[in-house]
Design a protein around this ligand. Sequence first.
Ligand code: NDP
Ligand code: 2IT
Length: 445
Amino acid sequence: MDVTKVMHELELRNPGEHEYLQAVHEVLESIIDIYNENPHFYSAGIIQRLIEPDRVITFKVPWLDDDGNVQVNKGYRIQFNNAIGPYKGGLRFHPSVNQSILKFLGFEQIFKNALTTLPLGGGKGGSDFQPKGKSNTEIMRFCQSFMLELWRVIGPETDVPAGDIGVGAREIGYLFGMYKKLTNKFTGVLTGKGIHWGGSLIRPEATGFGVVYFTKEMLSTRNEKIEGKKVVVSGFGNVAWGAVTKLNQLGAKVITLSGPDGYIYDEEGIEGEIIDYMLELRASNDDIVEPFAHEFASAKFIEGKHPWEVPCDIAIPCATENELNEKDAQNLIDNGCKCVCEAANMPCTPGAIELLQNNDILYAPGKAANAGGVATSGLEMTQNAMKLRWPKDEVDHRLHQIMQAIHETCVHYGKRPDGYIDYVRGANIAGFLKVANAMIDQGIV
Ligand code: NDP
Ligand code: 2IT
């Protein structure tokens, strides 16, 4: 099997799907040696079957805005692979959403979910709907219309969606309400539910907390501690909030946040009230971070730039794909950054990753480091199935253990003879082996 040939054929069949091709290429580069050493993978056509989603469902989402005008958006659910469990993955509502982005996210989710140690397959969905500037009732009508189609293809044993960019507790509530109305069943069909109606404690914080637990493990391989480190964070959404909260708890100093308009730099540290203000600003549906600088005297707003130019010990991208490029990576290296841990999905470009790894920087891909979110969704599903709710400490403890186990797995499969831990290779090989072996056991289906 030759990666160039597979990629060439994939490109012909999926023209212009850059993000999806980028994600597949990275995985194939990592696993090709193992694949070629195991003829049973080849004879079962594992690669061809793994890179093609089981199902791509697209649908129309018509809804009425507050002025009574008809609006129409595209809706999607990509059911990628269910070899080790029901399809599982978030829903993204953002105007940039298209088939390529959801296929990349669904593909990544297969390996991420395999790493969690839980029985979860891979999927993703969403819409090109723009939540920014919409009223609460518009969001509700949109979610209800979205679910009027989605409910046919999901179910607690079939496919369990959750949140992602633009989909948080409010949207999950409206989606769940409509699903329940249509099916007349109260089930764990979505995760990220409200804590009084089937949600799990710690799920809102889980992705960010998990990323910080993972960063701690990475630092410990070089006898370093998180305490006292300066951390540059991008984004100001759910994941950034969880990461900043835990970083503060562990004694690190977060000095930036960012939005599409630029970044906020605060040398005194993003803590206390500023963290609470993140939630307020997100809830206002305004898409900008500039107001931080008006609200807090120590915060400076730097317009139109990414925070990667700020000297730091650790960088944690929490916004979106391809937000940290080769030039940004060079800036981080030049300014003494020792560790880049991805909280967003695929935030570093391939050129940036190569540069970080060649410069001996600790670097972990999102599919390993941000798996705490979906892992805690898995714990929510377990609690729903048992009709029980675990206390906060128990969920947090399990999340911590899962992140430590993922780190150990990455080290096991990714440690090079020179001692450098290639977390990309480790995560891809471990996830691939689990899914590929399950596919072999289950025959050609
Ligand atoms: P949110 O919608 O809560 O926040 C997304 C953040 O990223 C917002 O601050 C958003 O700003 C910002 N953002 C989006 N696009 C851009 C851009 N082009 N430039 C700068 N900032 C941008 O989403 P989440 O926090 O849930 O998701 C963030 C990342 O984490 C995504 O990559 C997601 O896939 C990933 N992730 C999420 C998990 C979860 O459980 N929620 C789990 C694992 C990974 P704005 O909205 O103003 O554009
Ligand atoms: O990218 C992700 O892992 C998520 N958005 C969370 C998915 C989930 O099912 O909890």
